[in-house]
Design a binder for this molecule. Sequence first.
Ligand SMILES: [Zn+2]
Length: 232
Amino acid sequence: MKNILIENKYPVSLIKRKGSKSIRLTYSPINGLRVTFPVWVSYSYAIKFVNTKIEFIKKNYSDYRGISEDFKIASLYQVKFIKTENEKIYHKINADQLEIYFPSRYDIYDQIVQNYTKKISLKILREEAEFYLPKRLKYLADLYGFNINKINVRVLKSRWGSCDTKQNITLNLYLMQLPGHVIDYVLVHELVHTINMSHNSIFWNKVGSFIPNYKQIKKELRLKQPIFSGNL
Ligand SMILES: [Zn+2]
């Protein structure tokens, strides 16, 4: 990986990636501006490519410094469906758009198109979740003085997070679809479990000492529950 500055102002990370088939530029508040490209593409070609995308960079770059409170994590990418004469389903990431190309004999709601789109969306979500959630959890643990052991990020069917007696915390990668303050509530909830495994009044007082409006956030979170049909 190399980091460069475009027009002496915009930091861009150049990332060679095994398995990558095309060159692409993406922006997210979490990762900043990134160009990913196949191993057989040279860095100098990647830099040339970036220089043709100045307008996109200017439009999307907003003083990226790193993780802050006001990140928009959910729906970084807009999905666009495009019919083709090609017999295969494939996708491209074009700036902030996830383009799904599919044979014209299908409808976008056909299972085959939907399944493919879900698979790719989940992959993108996973990348973002694995980058953001452990960092944020460590940050909050340091801030509030908790010790944690291992952090896992994966799809959980019925919970947003869990904590075991060895202070290992598991987080649901679908957390990334919730607003930042709700994510923080879940993370703090699990952090408090590292010192208190039950949901007693001592537990809730501790949560409330860090997040005074936690009751309201719990209600907000409950509205999201049906997707996973479970409790925290
Ligand atoms: Zn709990």
